[in-house]
Design a protein around this ligand. Structure first.
Ligand SMILES: [Zn+2]
Length: 379
């Protein structure tokens, strides 16, 4: 709604300024015509002040009709339609503006950006990219357009193109985004690994880790590659490094280790036990128990729990354990299982959004590596 209010205010200001600064020859125009332009404007402002944005919008459409030559009014009107979710109308307004031969050169950039935002909001990413490119043709160092293109390339998993855009942004802003770049390379590594392009995957992992040794997803791809190649020593080194460099994300590697059964049954299992004995990390143990129950069976999870003499020390940990090992007939177990499915375990340090499953890029503010496990409420 804020955008809508801003847009209405913008229209009101544009029209007011235009009326105050109107050319001298217009002085002679009949008073009636001037009234026709001012009345809807005043009514619109009135509706705006009485918090009735829909009625205000209606009046502003009338203002735009009476001042059809004012491109600014249309720009602001387009914003209003977009913020109300009427993307089709916003697109038509901005397209009509761009088609006008009398549109001042200075407004082309603005109109292309507005149209791009309309398409992006409506999910038409190719058309949005095309319009952002048009804007960049006019001003190649427009950081907003570069950033929007970067977001779209990331959203469509076009990592190489995203990395190119990141480089351009770095130059424009004169800042270094090495941690962000490390995440892009780790995504490239994962993509190559999934396509069995081992050599490329290794190269991308190396580039990501060179930029940021604590980049957990790159380390995890490196571990997976070692497991695929039956290189036990490299896998063990990778796991230990992940433990040292990115402890909070370490539990995410456990499902991968369980997937490679012969490794898990010999070295993997022993290594996890050693790491557990180092400092009794509850997150490690809980993730291990949960994943064992999920991929094998509850009996194995129970056996591990008994062997390791693990005692949960927080409400959250007790619920997690209960969700796996609790008695089916117990209503507390049913509650714990329900809670486990919907509990938001990760929060973004940048924007504060909370999510159930970890992601490397925040779904709300799009920052990379900003989602961390939520701190626990100790009993
Ligand atoms: Zn965020």
């Amino acid at each position: 709604m804020n955008t809508l209010l801003l847009a209405i205010t913008a229209i009101a200001l544009v029209v007011l300024v235009a009326l105050v600064l109107r050319p001298v020859q217009e002085e002679d125009k009949p008073e009636q015509e001037e009234d026709a332009r001012i009345s809807p404007l005043l009514r619109g402002i009135n509706y705006l002040l009485s918090d009735e944005p829909d009625l205000a919008l209606k009046e502003m459409v009338q203002v735009a009709r009476l001042r059809s030559e004012a491109a600014d009014v249309y720009m602001a009107l387009g914003e209003m339609f977009r913020s109300k979710g009427e993307i089709g109308r916003a697109v038509r307004i901005h397209q009509n503006l761009l088609a006008r031969p009398d549109l001042p050169k200075s407004m082309h950039l603005q109109a292309h950006l507005a149209l791009a935002t309309d398409f992006q909001t409506g999910g038409l990413l190719d058309r949005a990219l095309y319009q952002y490119q048009k804007a960049l043709d006019i001003q190649s160092d427009h950081a907003g357009a570069l950033e929007a293109c970067l977001r779209i390339r990331e959203q469509s998993h076009e990592w190489l193109l995203a990395e190119e855009l990141l480089s351009r942004l770095e130059r424009v802003r004169n800042e270094s985004y090495s941690s962000h770049r490390a995440y892009l390379f780790s995504e490239m590594a994962l993509q190559a690994c999934q396509q069995n392009n081992t050599e490329e995957a290794h190269a991308y992992c190396a580039r990501a880790l060179e930029l940021d040794a604590a980049c957990a997803p790159a380390r995890m791809v490196e571990i997976e590659l070692a497991l695929q190649e039956h290189d036990t020593e490299a896998a063990k080194t990778g796991i230990r490094t992940l433990w040292q460099q990115a402890r909070e994300h370490f539990p995410l590697v456990i499902p991968l280790l369980l997937q490679y059964e012969s490794f898990y049954n010999s070295d993997g299992n022993t290594l996890l036990r050693d790491l557990w004995l180092e400092d009794h990390d509850a997150e490690l143990m809980l993730a291990w128990i949960e994943n064992l129950a999920r991929t094998r069976n509850t009996a194995e999870a129970k056996q591990l729990y008994d062997e390791m003499t693990f005692e949960p020390r927080s409400l959250r940990d007790t619920l997690r354990l209960n969700a796996v090992l609790g008695d089916n007939s117990n209503p507390h177990t049913r509650f714990a299982r329900q809670w486990r499915k919907t509990a938001k375990n990760y929060a973004c340090e940048q924007c504060g959004v909370e999510v159930v499953e970890v992601r490397w890029q925040c779904p709300q503010c799009h920052s990379w590596g900003t989602l961390h496990p939520k701190s626990e409420e100790k009993i």
